[in-house]
Write a protein of this length. Structure first.
Length: 170
């Protein structure tokens, strides 16, 4: 016996996915601005895929593996490594658990090596916040709980240029 899918949940899921894609597109465009200015090269990390069956002519069936790496990686002028995990939410808060343990381990290791690591958080308000990894990782100690509200992130708000570019690296 198959279960019926809830059309409302399906629609909400599609809307959330579309908003997340818009958020990523906005981040990518902003990183392109820094690349064009010669200030940094920060690129989207491709999703790792595992082919399971060849269909011939370069086509195959595959599935996405769990991603261990952050969404964006790059270098700022002068040679400093920088990494960003991007998270978008339609809620009024963001849960620490949105960063998977394997991603957290990756960010921890790179932070120890001197990389500047951040979680970029987008909210329905259109605002974006750049949270230093060390603060994200210590959320429970700093805020007494494993989530943070948009209002509490105000001091991490990313400014937006006149042309809509997010000044993520400023």
């Amino acid at each position: 016996m198959s279960q019926k899918k809830d059309p409302r949940r399906q629609l909400l899921g599609k809307l959330a996915k579309a908003r997340g894609k818009q958020f990523e597109d906005r981040l990518t465009a902003s990183f392109e601005y820094y690349k064009d200015k010669g200030f940094a090269i920060v690129e989207k990390t491709p999703e790792p895929m595992r082919p399971t069956k060849s269909l011939g002519n370069g086509k195959f069936i595959a599935y996405f593996e769990k991603q261990a790496q952050p969404d964006y990686k790059g270098v700022i002028k002068g040679g400093r490594a920088v990494m960003f995990e991007a998270k978008f939410t339609t809620a009024d808060r963001i849960e620490q658990s949105r960063v998977l343990p394997i991603q957290a381990e990756y960010m921890d290791k790179h932070t120890r090596l001197g990389a500047r690591c951040f979680v970029l958080v987008g909210f329905m308000s259109g605002e974006v916040y750049r949270v230093p990894w060390q603060e994200w990782a210590a959320m429970k100690e700093l805020h007494g709980r494993k989530y943070i509200t948009e209002a509490e992130l105000e001091n991490h708000r990313v400014q937006t240029a006149w042309n809509g570019t997010l000044l993520i690296l400023s």
